[in-house]
Design a protein around this ligand. Structure first.
Ligand SMILES: Cc1cc2nc3c(=O)[nH]c(=O)nc-3n(C[C@H](O)[C@H](O)[C@H](O)COP(=O)(O)OP(=O)(O)OC[C@H]3O[C@@H](n4cnc5c(N)ncnc54)[C@H](O)[C@@H]3O)c2cc1C
Length: 377
């Protein structure tokens, strides 16, 4: 693993830093999980796109700047360092896009990716159902062939779709062969949420933001061109998406390194009595360790090795680090801590980390069985 940056990478960093310094909004935008906040974030996303920073590692013809994975990591570091707004397009650009690069046809890539990069189409993730969370293969939403219309009719009920109430599209798994073994009869569909037969109902999170939606489908039509991968082979396509969510793309180390630096700043300004100074230091070390782990992983990916089950290690690590880091911040703030500020909101959201992207119990099962070779749970 080579830990030195080239002159080109350094100049990429300087260019990103200068642009962000000049353009990141001076005061934080309202939460992207509220309708007004989402709209404000879209303006930001479009400004990023116009300047060529929305999807740096994508090919230029899809709206990117052909940056390497290393440069993408650098951009992420600078992005968090600059305190730039959360990416409300994340489920499209970080989860669906890598899957479209891997499984999509040339036509799908040309049609879908530029609109995603420009924040024109906004993608929500449609895995979970009321009776299927950790056990994703238990989904019952189905798709029935409509030969005459040249596509599929989707019915069922998806839930917990992050920012689904504000999105235009959903990617998700649907059962296309009810008779098959439960992992085999599934297909990955790209669904326009604005068509007939689709009802999207937003609902509030504990913190009051309307961050989630339920999606009800009743004969919603999806043309053949919006099937991603092969019919009845959706499970492996979906696993590629979850690999991105748990692994490299959703939570890059820049997020935690910046949070740990902010935590150290908080400790310096308020003092860190008792064992708190040690916990601050521990969080800082853990954030750096995650950064090094990611650099190792990128080295492997660049050399052509897939992270596969190792992405569960990322997910476990960053989600537990995030909880510890925010718990320490809340203790530093003590009784006079902010009631509704960035640390307390960050703390509340960190508690969801061990649940979304596949719960940590499930990640431990995957690590035990696939990386350590232990018997199945
Ligand atoms: C902030 C947030 C955002 C989300 N966004 C989305 C989204 O955009 N799209 C989407 O589709 N879903 C989304 N989800 C849903 C998320 O994927 C599910 O909550 C998660 O997969 C767990 O499913 P469940 O809630 O049904 O819990 P369950 O699967 O019912 O699990 C309940 C408990 O049992 C444990 N458990 C279950 N099975 C096992 C096992 N085999 N071994 C050990 N323990 C087990 C779990 O770890 C958990 O602690 C989101 C969730 C959160 C919190």
């Amino acid at each position: 693993m080579d830990l030195t940056w080239s002159a080109e990478e350094e100049s990429f960093r300087q260019e990103a830093r200068a642009w962000l310094r000049a353009h990141v909004p001076g005061s934080p935008l309202p939460s992207g999980d509220t309708r007004a906040g989402f709209a404000a974030h879209l303006e930001w996303e479009r400004a990023l796109f116009e300047a060529g920073w929305s999807v740096v590692s994508w090919p230029k013809r899809f709206g990117g700047r052909d940056a390497s994975l290393w440069e993408w990591l650098i951009f992420e570091e600078e992005y968090y360092r600059a305190g730039a707004p959360q990416r409300v397009t994340q489920n499209g650009i970080f989860l669906l896009a890598p899957t479209i690069f891997e499984f999509g046809t040339a036509e799908q890539q040309e049609r879908i990716l530029p609109r995603m990069a420009a924040a024109q189409d906004l993608w929500a993730q449609g895995w979970s159902e009321p009776g299927a969370g950790s056990d994703l293969a238990a989904i019952t939403s189905r798709a029935v062939r409509d030969e005459e219309a040249g596509g599929w009719r989707l019915s069922g009920h998806k839930t917990w779709t992050t920012r689904g109430a504000f999105c235009t599209h959903l990617f998700g798994l649907f059962r296309t062969d009810p008779g098959a073994e439960r992992h085999r009869g599934l297909t990955y569909f790209l669904v326009d949420l604005r068509g007939p037969g689709v009802e999207v109902r937003g609902f509030e999170r504990l913190d009051g933001d309307e961050g989630f939606a339920e999606v009800f489908l009743d004969g919603a039509f999806v043309p053949d061109r919006d099937v991603l991968g092969e019919i009845n082979r959706g499970w492996s396509v979906a696993m590629a998406t979850t690999g991105s969510e748990r692994g490299l793309t959703l939570r890059s180390p820049g997020r935690f390194v910046t949070a740990a630096d902010r935590l150290a700043g908080l400790a310096r300004s308020r003092g860190a009595p008792g064992g708190l100074a040690e916990r601050v230091t521990q969080s800082w070390i853990e954030a750096r360790a995650y950064q090094l782990f990611t650099l190792e992983q990128v080295t492997a990916v660049v050399a052509g090795r897939s992270p596969a089950a190792r992405s569960s290690l990322n997910k476990l690590y960053w989600s537990e680090l995030d909880v510890r880091l925010h718990e320490t911040a809340m203790e530093l703030l003590g009784g006079d801590g902010e009631a509704d500020g960035p640390w307390s909101r960050g703390f509340e959201f960190s508690l969801a980390g061990p649940i979304y992207a596949g719960t940590n119990e499930i990640q431990r099962n995957i690590i035990a069985e696939r990386l350590l070779g232990l018997p199945r749970a």
